[in-house]
Ligand binder design. Sequence first.
Ligand SMILES: NC(=O)c1ccc[n+]([C@@H]2O[C@H](COP(=O)([O-])OP(=O)(O)OC[C@H]3O[C@@H](n4cnc5c(N)ncnc54)[C@H](OP(=O)(O)O)[C@@H]3O)[C@@H](O)[C@H]2O)c1
Length: 321
Amino acid sequence: MRYVLIGTGSISNTYVAALSGLEGSKLVACVSRSGRRPSAAPGIECCRSLDAVAAPFDAVIITTPNGLHQDGALAAARLGKHVLTEKPLAITRPAMSAMIEACARAGVTLAVAFQHRTHPDVLALKRLLEAGALGRIYAADLSCKFWRDQAYYDSAPYRGGLDIDGGGPFMQQACHNIDLYQWFFGLPDELVAHRATFAHRIEAEDHGAVLLRHANGMIGTIVASTAARPGLPARLEVVCEKGIVVTLDDRIVNWDIDGVANPGQGAAIAAAPNVATLGDSARHQAILRDFEAAVRDGRAPLADAESARRTVELILRIYGR
Ligand SMILES: NC(=O)c1ccc[n+]([C@@H]2O[C@H](COP(=O)([O-])OP(=O)(O)OC[C@H]3O[C@@H](n4cnc5c(N)ncnc54)[C@H](OP(=O)(O)O)[C@@H]3O)[C@@H](O)[C@H]2O)c1
């Protein structure tokens, strides 16, 4: 697969690293308004727009800020190219619909880089939940008490704003964990949310808590924060008929489920929740592998657009939008 990166900031370097270890795949060009190449790929062709890319390519990887993902996806679909976009899919319902419809019309794959879904413990838990192996789920409590300093928010004018970031930790930093909550348990029937901005000069929230009630009676809670200095690992506690499961940064750390062996493999954590850059590209490499297999086999990717849309739907409901 020959890729063009649209967006050449912080996360673009994770893709350069991930692609360097993928046989048969390569980065052929990038798109940047300022002409800045990813620091890890200084010699690559760099264009101001996707239409101007001269090198032949098959797919784009979108690493522009949240509210701009649709621009890259629509441009790629017009050219008949497959799309892997960074999370979240987009930050508004119309943008998500436009992306999904354009890619469907063009017959190209649209996938989202929810790399936490590739963690072995997460995959095992998803399979057991789908098989009903944990019995009735009573409660799921997700706590994402992360920390970002003001310098992080000041590092780009859009960070922590509503028009391009689309919100604070619910839309941005805890997006992966809320995606897993949604992937595991679906959308709630009802929710009540409280949000506040405590520790930063930003437009969006930097802390909030949500109480959720699902159609099957499950009661959930979600806390998302970037005001919790120095930050804690993301924690998910599932209370069910057969016992309790606890994950910490995607790893199963407590498994007390009657009659079911702990499927946890103790693999490395999926991400460092308290830094904005990813040092490890292994999970993004897993996302790229899945994306390429989905294109090749004509199947849905692990994080397909419809399922990624539901995650943003949940976040928009938390925001009351
Ligand atoms: N999966 C993960 O774990 C993970 C981790 C970090 C970030 N992300 C996601 O990756 C995306 C990019 O995040 P990042 O931290 O890499 O962003 P960043 O460092 O700010 O880079 C953004 C890139 O987009 C380009 N861009 C185009 N239009 C822009 C505009 N109007 N304002 C600002 N930049 C614009 C910028 O280059 P030019 O100005 O030259 O065009 C820049 O190359 C976000 O969607 C974020 O949620 C995901």
